[in-house]
Design a protein around this ligand. Structure first.
Ligand code: NAP
Length: 268
């Protein structure tokens, strides 16, 4: 360990994403995992849990106590929206930079944290999707929407996912909206025979959410034009696909003094 190590606390370490984050951090030379926040196992070590036999860092249920005891530079959060918002606020109050992977942060909450991060001059990153390929899909979709303003999004996830549509689908639609604005799509008099048949709606774009066991995280963006279709698709095959982005976010948040929303805003 050198003095230049970035000291990191992970919240939600037993979860599917938190577990990957713990392993990525312990395998990265210039990162140092110094603690974990969970709502269980207070006072135990991660190595007391089956998943992490070699990771001797303390688990806290009280975030303030965790931050004052372990003095991290960065909090990496993969919990749920309620816990994530509480932990992000606690991190900022303690001068610690939050890297938030938890999805379901509303537009209002992003603005709220933007204000606090700016006031305190502390870096923060909220990224609904850390997979570099998914972020490129969003960028390519924004590019294509200039020429193909009629678009529908189909996102597919495992059936344990709590929020719908996915943060990535919402973010994709928001990015497309910046180039094409609001647009009524489909027949002006179309009528749903079953509620929800046309999916959720954001500025006229339809978003369809599929939830099935066997899926991880997948998104297709379909553009329709005169006599042609363009389909863009990204598939995360496993959760390690998100870790390149988490690593980049942890490195980048150290250089920020404000909030950045979306990994696309830190990719060159
Ligand atoms: P998960 O497997 O359910 O993990 C969540 C973990 O958080 C669980 O271990 C849970 O413990 C724990 N937890 C719940 N409340 C807590 C609290 N108050 N304090 C600390 N820990 C708490 O979910 P996941 O699949 O890892 O996903 C986590 C989040 O990341 C979700 O919002 C998901 O949508 C998002 N996600 C983001 C990306 C991205 O690229 N940004 C990618 C995939 C997923 P219990 O099980 O005991 O409740």
């Amino acid at each position: 360990m050198t003095e230049n190590n970035i000291r990191i606390v992970v919240s939600g370490p037993r979860g599917k994403m938190g577990r990957e984050a713990v392993h990525m951090i312990t395998r990265t030379d210039h990162f140092q995992l110094v603690g974990a926040i969970d709502h269980k196992y207070d006072g135990k070590l991660l190595s007391d849990l089956e998943e992490f036999p070699d990771v001797d860092v303390p688990i806290f249920t009280d975030s303030d106590l965790c931050f004052s005891s372990t003095k991290p530079d960065v909090l990496v959060d993969f919990t749920n929206p309620e816990a994530g918002m509480r932990l992000a606020a606690s991190a900022l109050n303690n001068g610690i930079r939050p890297v938030i992977g938890t999805s379901g942060f509303t537009e209002e909450s992003v603005h709220h944290f933007q204000k606090i991060a700016e006031e305190k001059r502390i870096g923060m990153i909220i990224a609904p999707n850390f997979a570099i390929g998914a972020v490129l899909l969003m960028k390519f979709s924004q590019m294509a929407a200039r020429y193909f303003p009629d678009v529908e999004i189909i996102e597919q996830h495992h059936d344990k996912k709590l929020d719908a549509p996915s943060g990535t689908a919402i973010k994709t639609a928001e990015m497309i909206r910046t180039v094409r604005g609001d647009k009524q799509q489909g027949h002006p008099s179309e009528k749903e025979l079953l509620t929800g048949a046309r999916g959720a709606e954001l500025s006229g774009m339809r978003i369809h959410s599929v939830r099935l066991p066997g899926l991880i995280a997948h998104q297709q963006v379909i553009f329709g034009g005169e006599g042609e279709l363009l389909s863009l698709r990204h598939d995360s095959m496993n959760r390690s696909s998100f870790m390149t982005g988490v690593r980049l976010a942890v490195e980048t948040v150290m250089t920020l003094d404000t909030l950045v929303y979306g990994l696309e805003n830190i990719l060159e």
